[in-house]
Design a protein around this ligand. Structure first.
Ligand SMILES: Nc1ncnc2c1ncn2[C@@H]1O[C@H](COP(=O)(O)OP(=O)(O)OP(=O)(O)O)[C@@H](O)[C@H]1O
Length: 275
């Protein structure tokens, strides 16, 4: 694996079930993600986006092919606390306030954090979690319980919790899908601001074409039956990407490119391996 490749997936296949009920969730998936890139995965429902993310997160193992993360196995990368995961729903601990929710992973992972600080040449100091919470507008919410927060606020807490561990790879599975458009756009901007201060490689699953273009360096387009990658589109737009850039011709060009690709994904014929 090249030194600047964070994730390398080669001929990965994942099948759920067996016999006549077998479902090929991923078929022959090849993907290389360079270090420090923000990559979105988009495609119709059921095309295997979450399955692909779960392979990288070591929550699933491929039935064939390989998944390498940071030059080793996905399991090693996860055991070493190099991989952060933000799920669709924030999954906060309801009995802990916001500050305790985001600082708990540090306490639980103190061993791994110490090892990283001692061993890594690029060791970074642990972030000030209160400052991270302030950066996403949660100044007044630090001592509140999750049940006292809106959905958007809870998702901000989940992002700060994952970012606070300074993962080298951050996996996000439709983290903004349950939010209204306004909150979603605010969180996209805050996510990019947080990401700017890191060297993390981000893999972000979304159903939204404009969200993919706003956030990403690269958009991976998938098709279903069986789940497979049909295109990888480089998004060559300058950063920082503020809202006023989202009306530009260049922005719409990428949106159209991805929409055309999704149309062909939707209409693409089933492959024999879908059986
Ligand atoms: N644990 C499982 N057991 C059986 N089938 C599964 C399992 N997980 C996923 N599948 C099936 O694998 C296929 C891919 O699922 P996956 O969740 O990866 O798709 P997706 O693209 O993320 O979908 P969505 O956009 O709706 O979230 C689907 O047909 C799904 O029903």
């Amino acid at each position: 694996m090249a030194a600047n490749t964070a994730i390398r997936i080669a001929e990965a296949r994942k099948v759920y079930g067996s016999g006549s009920s077998a479902m090929v969730a991923l078929h022959d998936v090849d993907l290389e993600i360079p270090t420090g890139r923000f990559v979105s995965i988009i495609g119709p429902s059921g095309c295997g986006k979450s399955t692909l993310l779960r392979l990288i997160a070591d929550l699933e193992t491929p039935d064939a092919g390989s998944v390498e993360v940071l030059g080793g196995s996905a399991a090693d990368a996860c055991d070493g606390k190099h991989v952060g995961f933000v799920p669709q729903s924030p999954a906060l601990l309801p009995w802990l306030n916001v500050l305790h929710n985001v600082t708990l992973p540090h306490k639980v992972n103190r061993g791994a954090s110490r090892k990283r600080r001692a061993g890594a040449a690029d060791a970074r100091p642990m972030p000030d979690m209160e400052q991270l919470l302030r950066a996403v507008g949660l100044d007044d919410a630090m001592h509140k319980l999750p049940s006292e927060l809106s959905g958007g606020m809870q998702q901000r807490v989940a992002i700060v919790r994952a970012m606070g561990l300074q993962p080298d790879v951050l996996l996000m599975d439709e983290p903004f899908s349950a939010l209204d458009e306004f909150t979603r756009e605010a969180l996209q901007e805050q996510l990019l601001d947080l990401w700017d201060d890191t060297t993390a490689t981000v893999v972000f699953v979304t159903h939204s074409v404009s969200e993919a273009v706003r956030l990403s360096d690269q958009v991976v387009v998938m098709a279903p039956r069986p789940g497979r990658i049909i295109d990888v589109i480089d998004v060559d737009l300058p950063r920082p990407r503020r809202w006023d850039r989202f009306t530009s011709d260049a922005f719409h060009h990428y949106e159209n490119l991805i929409r055309e690709c999704l149309q062909s994904a939707w209409h693409s014929p089933d492959l024999p391996s879908a059986a």
